[in-house]
Design a protein around this ligand. Sequence first.
Ligand SMILES: [Zn+2]
Length: 291
Amino acid sequence: MGTFRVILSLLVLGAAAALAPARAMAQQAEVCDAESVEWAGPALANSQSWQRMEWAPFGPTEYGWETYLPLVQHELGTGCAPGSPVFARRLAEFQFGHGLPATGWFDAATFQTFRGLWQERRPFVMSRVREEPCPDPPPLYQLGYLVESEEHADRLTRLLRRDVLDAYRRLVAAARAEVPEVATNPELLQIFSGFRDPEADAARCAASGNCDGLRRAVCSPHRTGTAVDLYVGQLAGLGVDNTSAASRLHMTRTPTYRWLVRNARRFGFTPYVYEPWHWEWISPTGGYAGQ
Ligand SMILES: [Zn+2]
């Protein structure tokens, strides 16, 4: 019996020792102030601009670029703060790699390069760029119904393509396990818009005069059944899809959104930088056609 216990504890110790390096690596904090002398200038500039820079990336004037910070950090492969030397160095490397002056300063030209990369990952957008005809909606048999707990109170639709719905369900299960606010707030990640029938969209546009800049009526990615609008929080008094700078900043500060930026791709979803709630599923073959 004593021998058995000794063997058992040796096994447990062995397993713990084998796991230790992995755990140590996961817990290792990223060093963000390395090379602080060389990158002090751009780090200072970024520390001042990230909440203040006056620019107009989407038309209206915005102040600061904090709204886009989670996507930028993810692209650069760093969690370091915008005012840190390592962030500046990573940004300079990105700029160099994309033919931009490698200043390490965040600026509008660098943002447009990021934005181009993010847009290129959306097959729907690329098909529009290639001036292909607007895709037909999927046949009805490919669509599945959301269950009630997946539908947001402000929903427009309750259908999604079945394969995308499966991917969405895997994503939500992971988020509930990994993000405390998602585990405790069932509203988070509910869908307020999935598949939208183009004819219903056009009718809604005609009846309400709210054509969402004509996108809904003309050719919305929601007609493919692969685009989802997910509830990621909202600023009090504003809608779940309000595009004001304050609303989008609020959404991109939520742990839910930040988790999506880091993890949604695992489940096939890619972001649309301007709308923190809008995510598009990409099939394993790289398009939106799937099935
Ligand atoms: Zn959408």
